[in-house]
Design a protein around this ligand. Structure first.
Ligand code: ATP
Ligand code: MG
Length: 373
């Protein structure tokens, strides 16, 4: 990269890299942090890669808390992986400390940078098959399993009230009343659809209040792109993007993976907004996830997994709609009405999940039973 910014250069200088730095390139299509891949050549000729990331201050106003969680979680996982005879260098992220031994570097503009060793021989993807969905289910399930005896409440909540669906709904109702940009009339159908599901917004928060759902260490961004698959075995070996790993509900980790990956998008011409749940991708993920978790999740957690998919889809629709009505401040929007369209797509998916709900529940029960695992 020729036009390397001064900040990036300074960040690199904060680290004692091996050998000669050959290349620094922007990496991946992550839309939260800025990610760069560094290539170094050691004296013996071997090439080594590192990931350098600048944390988004907009998404994470307390990056030092994000990093404290990161150090504790990866340290815990390393021990678990070693105990199980695994390879911590491939099965979790390895933090590279700065020259002065810090977990991160803060640049003069107060941006926080962190470096991890690149996990070699892996790929990530966004276009799944049932087999890869099963592998991703295994990987996220194993992540929860390895962390099940970590004291979740001692982690920082890096995004407070992240999945408090009722709060998101209350906020939407307020915005609809105030209608600051006069856009509410354009979104009446979507708003009515959401408001008719007010009771659904309470299902999980109420179960939590009733003490039915334990607080666990949850990843909170269980998209497929956050799983590294081994190029040889095609198994999901490492979970990345731990910035939102914090105390939460396992139901939402399951649900967000389904919402974001177990989907079929209709042909563009026919109906650009139609999104369907793909039953085979859903079954693949469920099978892998429950193979790792069925023996330690409570019955209430298992029974509510399909609700997690529905409610997280509804919640995201609510957040897109709120942002549209408020003027697109949170979700970057480059096309007219983009956040309204995003809301519509989530509602289209939700409608399909509602239609397929009995089958979604049956699949969960099939793999939750001891013989199905
Ligand atoms: P997003 O907005 O998509 O969640 P992000 O900005 O939070 O992305 P990451 O998910 O941490 O960034 O990283 C972006 C991508 O880089 C990942 O999807 C993964 O493919 C890859 N990646 C991250 N860390 C590593 C690593 N240590 N080794 C190999 N690949 C990695
Ligand atoms: Mg990511």
């Amino acid at each position: 990269m020729t036009d390397m910014t001064a900040e990036l250069r300074k960040a690199i200088q904060a680290y004692d890299l091996p050998g000669v730095l050959l290349k620094t390139e922007p990496y991946g299509d992550g839309h939260i942090n800025d990610t760069f891949c560094l290539t170094c050549r050691r004296e013996d000729g071997q090439l080594l890669h590192f990931m350098l990331q600048r944390l988004s201050r907009r998404a994470f106003p307390h990056p030092e808390e994000v990093m404290e969680n990161f150090v504790r979680i990866t340290g815990f996982l390393q021990k678990k992986i070693l105990e199980a005879g695994g390879d911590p260098a491939r099965e979790t992220l390895t933090l590279i400390r700065t020259r002065d031994g810090q977990a991160f570097y803060t640049d003069p503009r107060q941006n926080v940078w962190r470096m991890t060793a690149f996990v070699e021989g892996t790929f990530s993807l966004s276009d799944p098959t049932p087999g890869l969905m099963e592998a991703a289910g295994h990987a996220f399930g194993r992540f929860g399993r390895q962390l099940r005896d970590f004291p979740a409440e001692t982690l920082h909540e890096t995004i407070p009230s992240f999945h408090h669906t009722e709060l998101h709904l209350q906020k939407l109702k307020k915005i609809l009343r105030e209608d600051p940009l006069g856009r509410a009339a354009l979104a009446r159908t979507e708003a009515d659809f959401i408001l008719a599901r007010e009771a659904d917004c309470r299902i999980i928060t109420q179960a939590r209040r009733d003490g039915l759902l334990p607080l666990r260490v949850t990843h909170n961004d269980t998209r497929l792109s956050n799983v590294l698959f081994d190029v040889q075995s095609r198994q999901g070996i490492c979970i990345v993007d731990l910035d939102t790993t914090m105390p939460g509900l396992v139901i939402f980790d399951f649900g967000d993976a389904i919402r974001s990956a177990a989907i079929l998008q209709q042909g563009k011409k026919k109906d650009p907004e139609a999104v369907h749940l793909d039953p085979d991708l859903y079954e693949g993920f469920t099978r892998g996830f429950l193979a790792q978790t069925a023996d330690f999740l409570t019955k209430d957690e298992v029974d509510l997994l399909p609700w997690g998919a529905r409610i997280i889809t509804l919640e995201l629709a609510i957040r897109y709609l709120s942002d549209y009505l408020e003027g697109d401040h949170y979700f970057r929007s480059v096309l007219p009405q983009q956040n309204l369209l995003r809301c519509r797509r989530q509602l289209s998916l939700l409608k399909d999940m509602e239609a397929q709900f009995a089958a979604m529940q049956a699949i969960v029960q099939k793999y939750a039973a001891p013989s199905g695992a």
